[in-house]
Design a protein around this ligand. Structure first.
Ligand code: HEC
Length: 316
């Protein structure tokens, strides 16, 4: 091998290592982009696998990989989006007993890596914008950081990614006081979302999905029916919606919602099926009564609040 050729390879490796790849150093922008796409796709797959296996203590390490990748490939907005999402998982489940570091440390590390990356995606990436609107809107609302901006982002998600936005319209109102009109609105958004998924009207008093459930699928409608990497979205969404219907005093529809969760194709492998079964066996009146408490910490949960993400993402 000629000295010249050795030198060129050395520069290529060096430029790849420092991430400053450009044509002048012997690697084309296209090659750098392809390498970035491969590395970021692998990191994204790791995140979904960790969420599916409920491997919470790997969140920190996955996040540090995503941060390195963002430094290297700042315009790979899919990676930036996934970085925001990974931090949202971290903070949403910071109270788990298997968290390796304290909730306070997670909060302080995660918040900047939610706000910055999602804002960057919303400003610069039309492809992932709808998803980022939905997740950032949900975060700002759930954390009570900025409910007005959160709701506006969810409105935007409803336009750009309705399969996400309509769900979030329900979700951001789930912690409203039970007698507040927001609870009725949350329920109505939930029905609208399921109607969007189904493509036909739903009886508000008997939302029976028997014979109507579609198998998990990749692509936007996977948000309704689940996907290969998020197998239990359908089950988790009906559990959450059932809880909301109990809170709204609509017990017949609530029972049907829980039964719908059991129609999910992946119900038998869902990690949170025991939560659902406990709800079906519970006294709805007693749970309804908890919402009269002025302290929300005493309410019957709406969804599984400790496992905010893995309630849908995790398998047994
Ligand atoms: C109600 C069920 C449910 C909950 C709760 C949930 N997810 Fe998901 N999630 C889904 C489904 C279903 C999909 C769509 C399937 C897919 O993209 O493969 C999805 C997709 C995603 C995606 C990919 C979005 C895209 O545009 O490709 C990310 C990232 C994600 N979820 C992160 C989270 C995080 C973080 C949380 C918690 C803060 C969370 N999810 C909570 C069901 C849920």
């Amino acid at each position: 091998m000629s000295t010249m050729r050795k030198w060129t390879i050395g520069v290529v490796l060096l430029s790849a290592a420092i991430g400053g790849a450009s044509c002048s150093h012997g690697i084309t922008d296209a090659q750098a982009k392809a390498a970035g796409a491969e590395a970021t796709a692998a990191a994204e797959a790791r995140l979904f696998t960790a969420m599916n296996r409920d491997n919470f203590d790997s969140a920190g390490e996955i996040i540090s990989t995503l941060i390195d990748l963002r430094n290297k490939y700042p315009t790979n907005y899919r990676n930036t989006f996934i970085l925001g999402a990974a931090n949202f998982w971290w903070i949403a489940e910071a109270q788990r007993t298997d968290a390796e570091i304290s909730p306070l440390l997670i909060v302080s590390l995660a918040i900047p890596n939610i706000l910055g990356p999602f804002s960057d995606v919303i400003s610069n990436d039309p492809v992932n914008r709808g998803g980022a609107d939905g997740l950032l809107g949900a975060f700002l609302s759930d954390a009570s950081l900025d409910k007005v901006t959160g709701a506006a982002l969810v409105d935007s998600a409803t336009i750009y990614a309705p399969q996400v936005g309509l769900f979030q319209q329900m979700s951001i109102r789930r912690f409203a006081v039970f007698s507040d009109t927001s609870t009725a609105q949350a329920i109505e958004w939930g029905f609208k979302w399921w109607e969007y998924c189904l493509g036909s009207p739903i009886d508000r008093t008997n939302p029976d999905f028997t014979g109507k459930v579609k198998p998990p699928t990749d692509g936007p409608m996977g948000f309704c029916w689940g996907s290969a990497r998020v197998p239990h979205g359908f089950e988790g969404a009906w559990m959450m919606f059932g809880d909301l219907l109990v809170k709204g005093g609509q017990f017949t529809a609530a029972r049907r919602a829980y039964l719908n969760a059991q129609l999910g194709v992946n119900y038998s492998t869902w990690k949170h099926s025991p939560d659902l079964e406990a709800r079906l066996a519970s006294d709805f009146n007693q749970r309804y009564a908890t919402y009269a408490n002025t302290d929300p910490a005493r309410w019957a949960p709406i969804g599984n609040t400790t496992y905010g993400c893995t309630q849908c993402h995790a398998s047994k």
